[in-house]
Design a binder for this molecule. Structure first.
Ligand code: B3K
Ligand code: ZN
Length: 874
């Protein structure tokens, strides 16, 4: 089929005003009756066409009369119907096969046929797997949903909206009805049915609505939902306070499943979560996982306004809801936890996941121009880069201005399907500002390079900062244009103090931080009354998603690393300095940068004035993936070796004695408490143990083994296991076996057992993965398990996956083909691990190309996998 194109958008000829759905639910076959009241756009003359995939049509009637066989045609996933008019009512009845649905899209079974439950996933185009419908987000309808099922097998029946009656039927069956007063697109529809338990909380919204919050899960995990409930309440309060947004139904359901293709789904009134992002308990969740639960709970909840009340006109606008909602979640998490740490985490993710995407054959704009399979565009670019674009706009308008703009955006577009233009227009108009130039960011792929050069004029006491931008061409766009780039900056004197800034005429009150906007290819900004040659701190807080190429020297970066009061920028200076040090090692010329990095960090370590979690981050150099991005001929084994060498030098400079002592101090305070200080202490302790193990394994391994044995919580236990496995410690085998047995019945804990082993670097990793695949708990049918082993191996273990003989590539190709037959979405996502193969050194490059071409030649691939493989070869 031809790709779908943004510029081919047309408003729907047919809309649906109301939908009445009735489900007769059972595991093997479910029947769905749909009554649609149709509206026709009088200016268009198309026949009625509805989407439908894998549907067995049982009956069809228009305005109460069964349709003759020649009055409709069902082919190529489209049902075309003759004779419909404005106001017509169409009734269809279809049969579905949930238990046979391994793609986990539409209605499917979670768990076993005997004990599992039924649920739906509709975004992006799953609703057409449930009933015939114009399955596009700009068709918004009012839903009434009736569920009928055997009471014993399906005691709980849920759908989005407010409850509207329930009761008994014959033969042990029962029914429940739900009415949603808010018009919504089909992708937000959801039902859940089965044996589930719940926890419940009353919530009163700021505007006075009494709401029941309910979290549902299977009996064995229901006692792990309390943290999510607390997080939900925090998120709801925060959205009231920060954006004036209240919840708008009488109940809010959240359901946990172990069988889910992604993180979670914001269905109206009935969010469905991958258990990984909902369940949390000290015995089996790490600190990171607790934070993820909080942020995903918030993200899905925030969608109720940014996504549901105001939805997307078409899937090209996906970032309208996703970029905005990620930004809202980031702000929430920053408020709940440490803002600099959150920023560090988000920028790291952007660099690890989005920059490589933007630099390779899969590059696409935040608003793509075309797609063949929309599920392939739930990417780091649409989500994370999209969030960075919103952050730039918010920064530009300031806190109050942004709130004004958001108020107008929600008011104007409530109940509508909007575009990115609508978003920028509302933000701009509420502030009498033209944000139009920022639209260019949404249309252009690739990460801009920002070059900075500073010149100090001693006689004039002025400092001229010249900024230049350039975005390299990408596979999808040969021509690139300048973009508005806000650069937040400060100037430091040589004692590490920020200078007051005086720019041209306008500034009389002298701030120490300012924002300049570069919106042309090149521009020079002049600062006056600068008493001495400054060290610029540029792009503070990562004020734009660009790559800064600045001719900082090592001493300047070290000064920022030692003195910048802003945690993010201090970390950033350290990352840049580490990158210079890495380049020195790579070129066989260890020099100033290495020395400055080691010196600054060992001082900061000894002086102990930096907060513990930040210190742990400072002591961690950029990832192998980030460094691979800078190389023209990537040799992942070499990058790994150099990074290890760099860390070993850091450990040596700090000294085994000092590391050991610090470890003992930190270990003395071990607890499973979740407060920020306890988390920070665990994080630093882990980093110290890792560094110590690089230079004194004989000392570190027994410490790790003891930590494993006495760990009060999962963060300590898993951290210790990782150190033992990575250093091939004599104690590793016992700990590995112990963990396997202890957590045999806990799927999420077991996932981490697979992951920690899949991530042990080096050429032996593939054999380990093959061995782990033979574990009885491994299955290709569960997306979390696939991610935990295969995903961790191909994405987070570069030196293992990129084995020199190409065996890692052949292994992935084989699994992709197997997986594709079961679950195309999961297969396609895994296939993106081939991104970047063009820049591998020649040996690996050839091996990778042969393997990818071989996959591309297979018959019968899904549209999902075919598109990724074809794009990756570009
Ligand atoms: N909107 C969903 C993602 C749906 C993915 C469809 N393949 C989760 C989220 O971003 O909140
Ligand atoms: Zn989202």
């Amino acid at each position: 089929a031809a790709p779908t194109r943004l510029d081919a958008y047309r408003a729907p000829a047919w809309r649906v005003e109301t939908v009445e759905l009735a489900f007769d639910l059972a595991i093997d076959t479910t029947e769905v009756t749909a009554r649609l009241r149709l509206r026709c756009d009088p200016t268009q003359t198309q026949p009625l066409r509805l989407d439908g995939e894998n549907l067995e049509l049982l009956s069809i009637a228009l305005d109460g009369t069964a349709l003759a066989a020649d009055a409709y045609r069902y082919a190529n996933n489209v049902l075309e119907i003759d004779g419909a008019r404005d106001g017509s009512v169409l009734e269809t009845r279809v049969r579905l096969r949930p238990a046979a649905n391994t793609a986990l899209e539409g209605l499917y079974l979670s768990g076993s046929a005997e004990a599992g439950f039924l649920l739906t996933q509709c975004e992006a185009e799953g609703f057409r797997h449930i009933t015939f419908f114009p399955d596009r987000p700009d068709v918004q309808a009012l839903y009434t949903v009736t569920l009928r099922a055997d009471r014993d097998r399906f005691p709980v029946l849920l759908a989005g909206g407010n409850p509207d009656g329930a009761g008994e039927l014959d033969d042990g069956r029962h029914w429940a009805r739900f009415v949603d007063p808010h018009p919504k697109p089909g992708y937000l529809f959801a039902v859940v049915a089965g044996r589930l338990q719940s926890i419940e909380r009353d919530y009163l919204t700021a505007d006075g609505r009494a709401v029941t919050l309910k979290i549902w899960a299977e009996a064995d995990v229901i006692d792990r939902c309390d943290y999510a409930m607390d997080a939900l309440e925090r998120a709801m309060r925060w959205d009231e306070r920060t954006y004036g947004r209240n919840y708008d139904l009488d109940v809010f359901h959240v359901v946990a499943t172990h069988d889910f293709n992604m993180g979670a789904m914001e269905n109206k009134g009935l969010n469905i979560f991958n258990a990984k992002y909902l369940l949390a308990d000290p015995g089996s969740s790490t600190d990171d996982e607790y934070r993820h639960v909080e942020s995903v709970i918030a993200h899905e909840y925030f969608h109720n306004w940014s996504g549901n009340r105001v939805t997307c006109r078409d899937w090209f606008q996906l970032s309208l809801k996703e970029g905005l909602t990620v930004f809202r979640e980031q702000s929430f998490s920053a408020d709940m936890n440490s803002a600099p740490l959150k920023r560090i985490e988000d920028v790291s993710l952007l660099r690890r996941a989005q920059f490589p995407e933007d630099a390779g054959p899969l590059a696409h704009p935040v608003r793509p121009a075309q797609y063949s399979e929309i599920n392939n565009f739930y990417t780091a670019t649409v989500y994370e880069k999209g969030a960075e674009l919103v952050r730039m706009l918010a920064g530009r308008l300031g806190r109050e201005g942004f709130r004004r703009g958001m108020d107008l955006y929600f008011a104007r577009n409530d109940g509508k399907a909007a575009t990115l233009e609508d978003f920028l227009a509302a933000l701009g108009e509420a502030n009498h500002t033209d944000l139009g130039p920022y639209l260019a960011w949404y249309a252009q792929a690739g990460t801009p390079r920002l070059q900075a050069r500073g010149e100090y004029d001693e006689a004039r006491r002025s400092y001229a900062l010249t900024l230049r931008q350039h975005t390299p061409a990408t596979a999808s766009q040969a021509q690139t244009h300048p973009l508005p780039i806000p650069v937040k900056l400060a100037l430091f004197d040589r004692d590490g103090r920020m200078m007051p800034l005086h720019m041209d005429a306008q500034t009389s009150k002298a701030a120490t931080e300012t924002v300049v906007v570069l919106d042309t290819d090149e521009s020079t900004f002049v600062f006056h009354d600068v008493p001495s040659a400054p060290v610029p701190s540029l792009l503070r807080g990562f004020s734009a998603p660009v790559i800064l190429e600045c001719d900082y020297d090592a001493a300047e970066l070290a000064l920022l690393l030692r003195h910048d009061p802003d945690g993010f920028n201090r970390w950033e200076a350290g990352q840049q300095l580490a990158t210079l040090a890495y380049a020195e090692l790579r070129d066989g010329a260890p020099g100033h940068a290495l020395d400055a990095w080691l010196g600054a960090l060992s001082d900061l370590f000894a002086r102990g004035e930096v907060e513990q979690a930040l210190l742990a981050n400072l002591l961690t150099p950029p990832t192998e993936v980030e460094w691979a991005e800078r190389e023209a001929r990537v040799d992942p084994a070499r990058i790994h070796a150099l990074r290890q060498q760099l860390q070993r030098q850091l450990a040596e400079r700090i000294g085994a004695e000092a590391l050991q002592q610090r470890y003992r101090t930190l270990a003395g305070e071990a607890s499973a408490a979740l407060d920020a200080a306890s988390q920070a202490q665990r994080r630093l302790k882990q980093r110290v143990l890792e560094l110590l193990c690089l230079i004194a394994p004989d000392v570190a391994q027994p410490l790790a083994a003891a930590q494993y044995d006495s760990a009060p919580g999962m963060t300590d236990r898993l951290g210790a296991l990782a150190v033992l496995l990575r250093s091939d410690a004599p104690q590793a085998a016992a700990a590995r076996a112990h963990y396997r047995q202890r957590h045999a019945d806990n799927a999420l804990a077991l996932d981490k057992w697979f992951t920690v082993q899949a991530q042990v670097p080096g050429e032996a990793a593939l054999d380990r993965v093959l061995m782990l695949e033979r574990d009885p708990a491994f299955t290709l049918k569960n997306p979390n398990r696939v991610q935990s082993l295969l995903g961790a191996f191909v994405r987070a273990n570069p030196s293992g996956f990129h084995r020199a003989d190409g065996a890692g590539y052949r292994f992935l190709a084989e699994r992709l083909v197997q997986l594709d037959a079961l679950n195309p979405q999961v297969a396609a996502r895994l296939a993106t691990a081939f991104n970047g193969w063009q820049r591998l050194e020649p040996g690996r490059r050839q091996a990778a190309r042969a393997v990818i071409e071989d996959v591309a030649d297979r018959d019968g691939l899904s549209r999902n996998l075919r598109e990724i493989v074809a794009n990756v070869l570009k």
